[in-house]
Design a protein around this ligand. Structure first.
Ligand SMILES: C[S@@+](CC[C@H](N)C(=O)[O-])C[C@H]1O[C@@H](n2cnc3c(N)ncnc32)[C@H](O)[C@@H]1O
Length: 290
């Protein structure tokens, strides 16, 4: 079942989630760099670029992806997590600036315009977004809006995943069960968003769209690497059942769901750590130009 409406109450400010995001970032560092370098080479404008990172969390990934050696004069990161933005916007991050912004806010246009006015800029040359669009109820709408703020000749790079791209053996069907259970919760993000990138960008008039994929699998991984890989792809699924349970701790159904998920994840982790267990998945990026 491909979920169409999303209502994710995801929080990226917990210590555990920040750690997982850092780990996640390390898997895609080279992959993102190739996307950025492709875009920078293809664009006519070579200097004084303005960047925007949508869903920047604490700016960790923003500052690694918009590398200091790239010709950006200014990079703005936006995220709706007040705690994270308040902290980083009080620090000096050189030419990186951070603002609290809800991408789904009714007054999104006014808010982003105010940010642009504050920095005296008229548009962005590169818009980047990693693992954020799947949290939105209507990612198509924000991609449409963002295109307005992209300078002519500018590019957008969006990165995500898709649970449908996962292969596992010999898990006895456990991965499928966990994925099925994951999407049954109300507050879950769109676990099948990677497949939608091309159609979304294409329908919104982005040009020269290019899809890129990175395959990651467990073959050749050390025990520790397998452990990290498992946490990256499965750990957070427990937070869905936990958040639901926290809202109504005495609800026996929520208690049971949480316990069931915990048990399935424990069982999968055990399998995952065995050297002959196979798991592979894709990281998916799309690049489009205006
Ligand atoms: C999985 S994290 C990814 C963070 C970072 N881009 C990275 O790659 O590590 C998703 C981010 O999107 C932000 N986010 C989710 N919904 C949002 C919304 N409606 N407006 C702004 N930011 C949002 C979250 O606060 C979170 O920091």
């Amino acid at each position: 079942k491909v979920k169409e409406k999303v209502n994710s109450d995801y929080d990226s400010s917990s210590v555990r989630e920040k750690r997982r995001l850092k780990l996640q970032s390390s898997y895609s560092e080279e992959f993102d760099a190739q996307c950025f370098e492709y875009v920078l080479n293809k664009m006519d404008k070579k200097q004084g670029l303005i960047g925007l990172d949508i869903g920047c969390a604490d700016g960790y990934v923003t500052e690694l992806r918009f590398k200091k050696e790239y010709p950006f004069d200014m990079v703005i990161g936006v995220d709706f997590n007040e705690k994270l933005i308040e902290k980083i916007s009080q620090e000096d991050h050189g030419h990186f600036y951070y603002h609290q912004l809800d991408l789904e806010a009714k007054d999104f246009d006014d808010r982003i315009q105010a940010i642009m006015d504050e920095h005296e800029i008229e548009g962005f040359d590169v818009i980047f977004s990693a693992l954020t669009l799947h949290h939105l109820k209507n990612p198509q709408r924000i991609l449409m809006k963002l295109r307005k703020y992209l300078n002519r000749g500018g590019a957008i790079i969006i990165r995500g995943v898709d649970d449908g791209a996962m292969l596992a053996y010999d898990d006895g069907g456990l991965v499928e069960k966990i994925l099925k259970e994951t999407i049954s919760f109300e507050n879950v993000s769109d676990r099948f968003h990677g497949r939608k990138f091309y159609t979304m960008l294409c329908s919104l008039g982005y040009k020269d769209i290019q899809m890129r994929y990175q395959v990651d699998d467990t073959t050749h991984m050390t025990f520790e690497e397998r452990e990290d890989f498992f946490h990256y792809y499965f750990d957070f699924r427990l937070s869905y059942t936990l958040r639901t349970l926290n809202k109504d701790p005495d609800n026996p159904l929520y208690q049971e769901n949480h316990m069931k998920m915990q048990e399935m994840l424990d069982e999968l982790e055990e399998k995952f750590m065995k050297p002959d267990f196979f798991f592979s998945t894709l990281t998916i990026s799309a690049i489009g130009f205006k």
